[in-house]
Structure formats: C-alpha cells, structure tokens
Design a binder for this molecule. Sequence first.
Ligand code: SF4
Ligand code: SF4
Length: 194
Amino acid sequence: MLKSTILKSTYEEIYRRWDEHTPVPFDCGKICGAACCVTDGGQTMGIYLLPGEEKVHDKKDPWLSWSMDEAQDYDFPEAWRGKVPFVACQGPAHCKREKRPIQCRTFPLRPYLTREDELIMIYDEEALPYACPLIDNEVALDEGFIRACYENWRILISDPLIRDIVKMDSEGLAEVTMVPLPVQAERREDADRF
Ligand code: SF4
Ligand code: SF4
C-alpha cells in the first residue's frame, strides 16, 4: 500500500467538510440519470482511492468491491511505488453517500497546479465518456462546495504523493476553465463600501 502523510482523522474531517456541501442545491443526478455514476454498459463504476484514503473505509463492507493495482503497471507518478486500491461501486441506488470516495465528491471540479505551483480548481472536462449538464451549461456551483474543494485539496496536496499526481494530471491538460475561490460575504461587503 502507498504511504500517506494524511491521518485517518484528517480524511474523516475532509469527508465531513464535503458532506456539508453538494455542487448544486438540488439532486443534479435527476437531470442526467446520474451520468457520472454509471457506465454506458451499465457496469459498475471504478475509482482509484488516493494514498491513505482507504483508512476511512471498511474493506468488508460489501457496497464497494476492492482490487489492488500495482502503481508501476499503470500511469501513476514515478514516486508511486506499491499497491493502489481500486474500488467499484454498485451504482447510485446502492451508494453509501457518506463513504463515497474523494473523486466522487470533487466532481464536477478537479484540482489543478499551475506552473507557479498555485492550487486552483477547474472544471473536470477531460474527455469524459458522458456529458455533465453542470459543466456544459456552466451552472453556478454552490459557493460552500467550491470553498470545500479548495480547503480540502489544499490539505490533500500537502501529501507529496497526492501533490505528484495532481501535478502530473495538471501538466497533461492543454486548456482549463478555472472556478475561482468565492469571495467571502464579509469581504464583499467591505469592497462594496469603497
Ligand atoms: S455532477 Fe454532472 S454528471 Fe454528475 S450527477 Fe450531477 S449533473 Fe450529472
Ligand atoms: S460511489 Fe456513489 S457517488 Fe461515487 S460513482 Fe458510485 S454511486 Fe456515484
């Protein structure tokens, strides 16, 4: 298993922060048939966990099925040496939402490291096999959700292995659409005064 500097309690806090916010204040799965949770062939959706994310999961819980891939055999950063957990869920009807992995929680955004190593959030537009109406229609996302993404990914990239994969994935993207960190309400009021 890959070594992680993120503690179990930190992962729990990260999950909790995302639990408080969804991308939009309605069930967007209803407008697209939960396109990001199902595959064309109706097969189960597979997701890689981040290094250490397995700490907050019970492998005996049957809602996810687990397999382990050798990092060296797949397109992971050089520093990733060891087994990477790959989990398959059984689709939205069986989703244990409070345990859904970070990949599910971040979408439709993803982290991006600029050339100056600044973390920003961008739309996850990379060659998706489905259309996400939130991305396609540039629907305004919940500010709390955007903020949670920034806060959580700032913590996550303090782990060198997670930073490596975010950097690697960022370098592979030609064009990105940034979703800026919302200005806090009190700061907005200050700005309005001038
Ligand atoms: S995030 Fe996009 S693809 Fe996923 S359920 Fe919502 S609208 Fe559909
Ligand atoms: S774990 Fe839940 S949110 Fe993630 S892909 Fe499966 S059904 Fe969707």
